[in-house]
Design a binder for this molecule. Structure first.
Ligand code: AMP
Length: 258
């Protein structure tokens, strides 16, 4: 499928092509424009267009060049907070000998190190907001480079359209993206259960109802369009993750047996 068909026309998308990304998510500015969703037609034009805004920006510095050469298979694991991504990735990575890299865990490790970037990241995490892409992608690139496994489960990434486009143009398109579909009610219950089972000193500062509702909001606004993009590109598999751990695992493992 061509990128233009996925993203939709630059004007009148809501009437002419409601099922495209611009049709669904494009902003209407003063009733005139529906081109709030920017999209480049190729990695080359994305790189060129980025330089309109950031003259000195060199995307290639963010991911070690060797990551591209290593040709590891990338599987994105997507879903809202508390949808069970971490639990299921732990089981899948053990059974199928895959690397499990969670961007949330990578960021928490950076916060624990107390670096300047870690301190800045903690501020975004406490607010349930996305941490700036440059740090997330750098940590993820280094982690992919260091693993010796042939395939990687990337848990909790990409969380925005920008993350999909930058990562895939710098590394390679994912083999598949698995979306864990789960209601907010179930996700909140799981978050609260995890908080209640963790000693206060180790409890995540974002596992409480107030920050959880902000994380749900960020998921809706920033991550759902990324999921829609991967679906439109024909690379998304949706699995309901509302059931218990072993039923969800049974369903998921079928995907990895193929
Ligand atoms: P998680 O452990 O996946 O629930 O993530 C915890 C927090 O880390 C999120 O609420 C974000 O603040 C941050 N985070 C995790 N992954 C990403 C990502 N891919 N992009 C930006 N921020 C992220």
């Amino acid at each position: 499928m061509k990128w233009r068909e996925v993203i939709g026309p630059t004007s009148g998308a809501k009437e002419k092509a409601a099922e495209t990304l611009r049709g669904m998510f494009g902003a209407v500015v003063d009733g005139l424009s529906e081109n709030g969703f920017h999209g480049s037609d190729s990695p080359q034009s994305a790189e060129r267009e980025i330089h309109f805004f950031f003259k000195d920006f060199d995307m290639t510095r963010m991911i070690p060049p060797t990551v591209k050469q290593q040709e590891k298979d990338i599987v994105f694991i997507l879903g809202g907070p508390g949808s069970g991504k971490g639990t299921q990735c732990a089981k899948l990575s053990e059974e199928f000998k895959l690397a499990h890299l969670s961007t949330g865990d990578l960021l928490r490790a950076e916060v624990a190190k107390g670096t300047e970037e870690g301190k800045a990241a903690a501020g975004f995490m406490k607010e349930g907001k996305l941490v700036p892409l440059e740090l997330v992608i750098r940590l993820l690139g280094q982690a992919i480079e260091s693993t010796d496994k042939r395939a990687v489960l990337v848990d909790g990434f990409p969380r925005s359209v920008e993350q999909v486009i930058k990562f895939e143009s710098m590394v390679r398109p994912c083999k598949v993206a698995v979306f864990f579909e789960c209601s907010e009610q179930v996700m909140l219950k799981r978050i609260m259960k995890r908080a209640s089972e963790t000693p206060p000193a180790q409890r995540r500062p974002d596992d409480n109802p107030e920050v959880a509702s902000k994380r749900f909001r960020t998921f809706k606004i920033e991550s759902e369009p990324a999921i829609a993009l991967l679906k439109a590109a024909g690379r998304l598999v949706t699995v309901s993750s509302e059931a218990d751990v072993s039923s969800v695992h049974k369903q998921l493992r079928q995907l990895f047996l193929i």
